[in-house]
Design a protein. Sequence first.
Length: 432
Amino acid sequence: MDESGIKKQNWDVKETELFLEILKELDMKKCLDGRKVRNNKLFKVAHRRMTAAGYHRSVDQLKFRWKLLKSAYYKCKREPDSPAPTKIQGWWRYEKTMVAIMESRHSLVGAGVNSDRNDEVTEDSDGDASMLHWPQPCPDNSTHNLDLIIKMDPEMDTQLKIGFIGAGNMAFGIAKGILSGNVLPVNVKVSAPSSRNLGRFQEMGVATTHSNVEVVCGSDLVFVAVKPHLVPVVLNEISQHVTDRHIIVSVAAGVTLATLEELLPENSVAIRLMPNLPCVVQEGALLFARGSHAKPEDGALLRSLLHRCGLVEEGPEAWIDIHTGVSGSGVAFVYLFAEALAEGAVKMGMPSALAHSIAAQTVLGAGRLLRDSGKHPAQLRSEVCTPGGTTIYGLHTLEQGGVRASTMSAVESATERARELGRKSATAGSRK
Ligand SMILES: NC(=O)C1=CN([C@@H]2O[C@H](COP(=O)(O)OP(=O)(O)OC[C@H]3O[C@@H](n4cnc5c(N)ncnc54)[C@H](OP(=O)(O)O)[C@@H]3O)[C@@H](O)[C@H]2O)C=CC1
Ligand SMILES: O=C(O)[C@@H]1CCC=N1
């Protein structure tokens, strides 16, 4: 191993965060075992993903970085009250993700299995990654998982043909996220009846057409991104061209897996995905549920494909309508709040442009801190409140306006509306 290479260039925050996100997403917890060959494969996949993102680290460098992070994690665990370990600069930024990786890993590895708790090293250690001692094989289906990871290799993403039916805001957001990863524009095709939304796809190098059937015939994975009431129309149109090669992913609010499966040929692989608009800037929150013929591999493929769009989670279908309320629509609730913040400032005499840019930055900063600190919002809120200070006066006014109850009701109404749309599309589908 090129030891000097390991020490030469410091890791920056973005690079380490990306590395951990990749390991988390690869479901590392389930895949590491005592066999060096398998561990090498996993780090090779991470290496390729890092390279694709513009970070050039060798497999050994990645292993060494992982070892240091683990060391910091165990140190912190042993001495929770002592200052954060200094050998990983800015450790606090990574702690939450490391805990997520390590703790789920331990729960899976289970008691009595060799752990790596004592392999603490320092940044000055010789970094011989061949000395890493991973836990012994997991009792779960880790072989299967590793096979999945190899299958989900970014090289596979580059071969996958992806179609979008519908060229609106959501299709654009997802396409933009996907294309910032390993997917090549030449492997993407989009259809819409008119040309008015196609230009921005063409600018990204994506092929466009007015034929939905052409999209289906040329794709392995097809996003159905039309308004909910049009889903039955579109599925009826494409159904006879859907084969067992296809994965059909609907993003339509409310439209259930049962409706999708009813409108598609028997045994079709259908997935219901609820994204949100910030996919455009790779900060989306996406939740999907697999249909009855969609295998875990299909979900893993989708997750791999979407990982550049933001947070991607899988859950039971019952949560999709709720996610629609809290996140799909929730984005608009946050915009409303941002607008109101800015208008408050304008009312108090600040120029509008400045007020809006400050409101946007306030929402962004508050969101990032909330996500990255892992703290409960109530805790952060109390950290802003000086007793007798300005914030508590403002919060009192918000509470008098019932902001909390109306926000909860907004999520409830949006969820109920998604359910209603689902019932409508089911009825429309069964009439066909
Ligand atoms: N916008 C959002 O924030 C979110 C939206 N969604 C869901 O995404 C889906 C799309 O929403 P959104 O992108 O906002 O909608 P848009 O109105 O922006 O886009 C709809 C697209 O569908 C196209 N279209 C209409 N009829 C057909 C047809 N028969 N065949 C193919 N394409 C057709 C339209 O074509 P044309 O360009 O010619 O008008 C347009 O490109 C909805 O089901 C929505 O519930 C989910 C989460 C968030
Ligand atoms: O308003 C809508 O119906 C879509 C679904 C979630 C966000 N926009």
